[in-house]
Design a protein around this ligand. Structure first.
Ligand code: GLA
Length: 388
């Protein structure tokens, strides 16, 4: 099934390479309902796929070369940077920078994993806002991973593909993220969130139909931009490892309960660990409520998650706190910052007519002289697939 986005990506490919692509693949961005900074602690997450994402139009290359072009990079006036050509045998961590490092990293990671993908031409297009905390990088990685493996006739299980895409980000691009975003891009089902146990890899689809309860999930783009490579994301990862080490466990998932945290003498590490432990609990409670069809019951857990990320994990940012307070004050059932932190988006659960909430958040931003936030409806959508 084609789509206007897929057709546009195919046209972009044709304009760049003067030939038609063999196919167009799509991977969605993600929202995370709840479960933040738990993935790299072997914990639980509950993301769902957005109805926006990244398109990769692709065709085999006769040489062992990866040719890449991005409509967004070209649009940013990147000129030649919108177009990149990389010999496959020169691929090594650190050898490619900027947006092209993500697709190049995928090719590197596939080959490292023993999947000898040949040369290819790939034209990338996206309708995801970048830096908004909606996992545009994972969408790019996963669209390219799916395109290249399918072009090569390789059948790679989706969970393995997610691990390969994560490796591209961790070891090629150099950002120490967890497995949530790539798993969401590759495993989510429409009308469902994905309950993922990041320790065992067990993945369960949990029904998520806010409309059936007269509700709607909205992403509020606070316009404050983050870059995971520059933010305190890596610092939090290290603190969690330190906390686990001090408690004598491999990861914070192994901590028996909040009582055990008394053994942590450093108050900062104690707060970081408390966030992770309570957040895991909230994910499981949220999933249980959703399984009972009680979407309206999860608002409280979203609010608690935000407080924990703000006060214990200390990764919220002023625009997120203002958006959450204004949204809840105007009738949202719950709201929380989403993603890695320090910028990006808030997710909010609203009554279906959320006009009052939109207006309240907008007014709160204007009152502070901030640019208007963006509002994006977020119906739980499907994972990556071939579109044409
Ligand atoms: C980013 C990372 C994920 C996850 C979240 C925080 O999105 O890519 O792996 O750690 O932050 O929950």
């Amino acid at each position: 099934m084609s789509s206007p986005g897929a057709d546009q990506a195919a046209q972009w490919f044709a304009a760049q390479y003067a030939s038609a692509p063999e196919g167009v693949w799509h991977a969605p961005g993600r929202a995370n309902l709840i479960g933040e900074h738990t993935d790299y602690n072997d914990g639980f997450v509950l993301p769902f796929a957005l109805d926006r994402g990244t398109f990769a139009a692709a065709a085999p290359h006769q040489d062992a070369v990866l040719e890449l072009t991005s409509r967004q990079a070209a649009g940013r006036g990147a000129g030649a940077a919108g177009r990149v050509e990389i010999p496959l045998d020169s691929l090594a961590p650190g050898s490619v920078t900027g947006w092209a490092a993500y697709p190049a990293g995928v090719v590197w990671a596939l080959r490292e994993a023993g999947y000898p993908v040949p040369g290819a031409r790939v034209a990338v297009d996206s309708d995801l806002p970048q830096g908004a905390g909606l996992s545009s990088s994972a969408a790019l990685e996963c669209a390219v991973a799916l395109a290249l493996t399918e072009l090569a006739g390789l059948d790679v299980a989706r969970q393995e593909l997610a691990a390969i895409a994560r490796r591209a980000e961790n070891d090629f691009v150099g950002v120490p993220t967890g497995i949530m975003d790539q798993s969401a891009a590759l495993l989510c089902q429409a009308g469902h969130a994905l309950l993922l146990d990041c320790r065992s890899g067990e993945a369960d689809s949990v029904p998520l139909n806010p409309a059936r309860s007269g509700l709607t999930l909205v992403i509020i783009d606070t316009r404050a931009r983050h870059a995971l490579t520059e933010s305190g994301y890596g610092a939090r990862h290290i603190e969690c490892e330190e906390a686990a080490r001090a408690l004598g466990v491999r990861t914070l998932r192994e901590v028996a309960g909040l009582e055990s945290l008394a053994a942590l003498t450093d108050p900062v590490l104690r707060r970081r660990a408390r966030h992770v432990i309570t957040e895991n609990q909230r994910v499981l409670e949220t999933a249980a409520l959703l399984r009972q069809g009680q979407v309206d019951g999860i608002g409280r857990l979203l609010n608690e998650s935000h407080a924990s990320l703000r006060d214990d994990f200390e990764i919220s940012w002023p625009e997120a706190d203002v958006a959450v307070d204004a949204a809840v004050g105007a009738g949202a059932l719950g709201a929380r910052m989403m993603g890695g932190g320090f910028g990006g988006s808030v997710i909010a659960l609203l009554p279906q007519d959320g006009a009052a909430v939109h207006e309240a958040v907008r007014a709160a931003f204007r009152g502070r002289g901030w640019p208007d936030p963006g509002f994006l409806n977020a119906p739980p959508s499907s994972s990556a697939r071939r579109l044409r």
